[in-house]
Write a protein that binds this ligand. Structure first.
Ligand SMILES: *Cc1c(COP(=O)(O)O)cnc(C)c1O
Length: 464
């Protein structure tokens, strides 16, 4: 393709996109004026746009391309399944071989007490399923008044009505009268942002005790479940202090409420273990899964169900009146199965734990002395860089989000895809990223920080 041809394609795509496509989580007016970035192909940890510019994708698509792009085995798995049985449903006492095999494999890699999966098309649908499942569970148990589900401010559980309600994203709640009734929220374990003078350990306990306070406020006999991500992803890669999860686990046990762990990001190797629950030693009653389940090659999610809940559903009698046309779509299931096989057989999660995650974390810490950086934190294949105006007082620049957006745009210019949540730069690269690629990721991040810093200094000089 000639250069001129490529450029004219870009302009055409941008124009047609602006005319006919409303984007998710976007200011569609601004996007129409600026023109969308059109991504046309990908390989390994890299993607290319329609002008041929190459980017290191430090975000694995949207936290999901755990195996990286271009795995031919996944293409083969999809092609073969499409030829053999492109679709059949699982309603009305039916199963298909890829779904049976995937269910079995998931039980093998999950914590021992979790052996069943209910499939959905996405993480949001998984959390909608969670809401109906926990309430149905307590019905079966003869405690139908247990309906309230406790989530966390700044948690993310998807964008359907139930998903957005379980999540604690204020801008999402502000649109569409959310949360729906029966869902309440507690504070998040965000020490850097909210810990003040407390030590992280003390703050972790305070944040966990907020769950107990909320249970007592609602009335323990009315609380059905607590839902949380092991590490908040979209909220800003918020890694709870070490004291947090043990205390949460104690509280849910004491009040006998179901623990729902949203593993949509942390699942399938992101922390260097199969699940975030393994990393933190949690015993969830339900786990939401999606994203890395198929490395994003096809949409599939699910709810993994602990034995005590699965047994209640089996013995409780009657239908569970819930499901999706594409629950356990056979082609998606075949791809997920192959994805899990590769993760396991190639020892990718072990390599993350022993080799690449420690390397990523040690290299990222070299950014900690940058004048724009308040904190660098990370765990496994997750990293966050907090941009602040005052590193000692941990104060932000005015207009929160502006500096983050500047830095993200400088990163793009450098050929690096990062995400900004407010003024926190986030990264979640494919699990197959190699040490040389990590070096490139860190040096491009530094250049983006330098360019952002230089721009801020210039603005400051003009104002002064
Ligand atoms: C992305 C995400 C979801 C929603 O998944 P979708 O597939 O986008 O519906 C739910 N929970 C967490 C933690 C997520 O990161």
């Amino acid at each position: 393709m000639s250069e001129a041809h490529r450029i004219s394609n870009t302009a055409q795509w941008q124009q047609d996109d602006a005319s006919h496509h409303l984007h998710p989580f976007s200011d569609n007016g601004a996007l129409s004026r600026d023109g969308a970035r059109v991504i046309t192909r990908a390989e390994g940890v890299r993607v290319w746009d329609s002008d041929g510019k190459e980017y290191l994708d430090a975000f694995a698509g949207l936290w999901c391309v755990n195996l990286g792009y271009g795995r031919e085995e996944l293409v083969q798995a999809a092609t073969q399944q499409m030829r053999e049985l492109p679709y059949y449903n699982l309603f009305f006492k039916t199963a298909t071989p890829p779904v049976v095999a995937l269910s079995k494999m998931l039980a093998e890699v999950a914590p021992k007490h979790i052996n069943h999966t209910f499939f959905t098309g996405s993480g949001s649908e998984a959390n909608d399923t969670v809401l109906r499942m926990v309430r149905r569970y307590w019905d079966i148990k003869g405690q139908p008044e247990r309906k309230t589900i406790i989530g966390r401010h700044n948690g993310y559980h998807g964008s359907t009505v139930a998903g957005a309600s379980l999540g604690g994203m204020a801008p999402m709640h502000a649109q569409g009268d959310l949360p729906i009734p029966g869902i309440v929220h507690i504070r998040q374990p965000y020490w850097y942002g909210e810990g003040g003078d407390m030590t992280p350990e003390d703050f972790g306990l305070v944040a966990a005790k907020a769950l107990e306070e909320k249970i007592l406020e609602v009335g323990p006999e009315k609380v059905a479940a607590f839902i949380a991500e092991p590490i908040q992803g979209a909220g800003g890669i918020i890694i709870p202090p070490d004291t947090y999860w043990p205390e949460i686990q104690r509280i849910v046990r004491q009040y006998d409420i179901l623990l729902v762990v949203d593993e949509v990001i942390c699942g399938f190797g992101r922390t260097g273990e199969w699940f975030g629950s393994d990393y933190y030693g949690l015993t969830p009653d339900l786990m939401s899964i999606a994203k890395g389940l198929s490395s994003g090659y096809l949409p599939i999610g699910g709810v993994m169900v602990a034995d005590r809940v699965a047994e209640a559903f089996k013995q409780g009698g009657g239908d569970f009146n819930h499901g999706f046309t594409y629950s356990g779509h056979p082609v998606c299931a075949a791809v997920a199965l192959e994805n899990l096989r590769i993760l396991r057989d190639e020892g990718i999660i072990t390599r993350v734990k022993q080799e690449t995650a420690p390397y990523l974390q040690s290299q990222l810490q070299r950014l900690a002395d940058h004048p724009l950086v308040g904190e660098v934190r990370g765990l496994g294949m997750l990293g966050a860089v907090e941009l602040v105006q005052d590193r000692v007082r941990r104060t932000r620049y005015p207009e929160e989000g502006r500096v983050g957006t500047l830095c993200r745009d400088h990163a793009l210019a450098e050929g690096l895809i990062l995400r900004a949540t407010g003024d926190t730069m986030l990264m979640s690269p494919p699990l197959v990223i190699t040490p040389p690629d990590i070096d490139e990721l860190v040096s491009k991040t530094r250049r983006a920080l330098d360019a952002t810093w230089a721009q801020l200094q210039k603005e400051f000089a003009i104002q002064a």
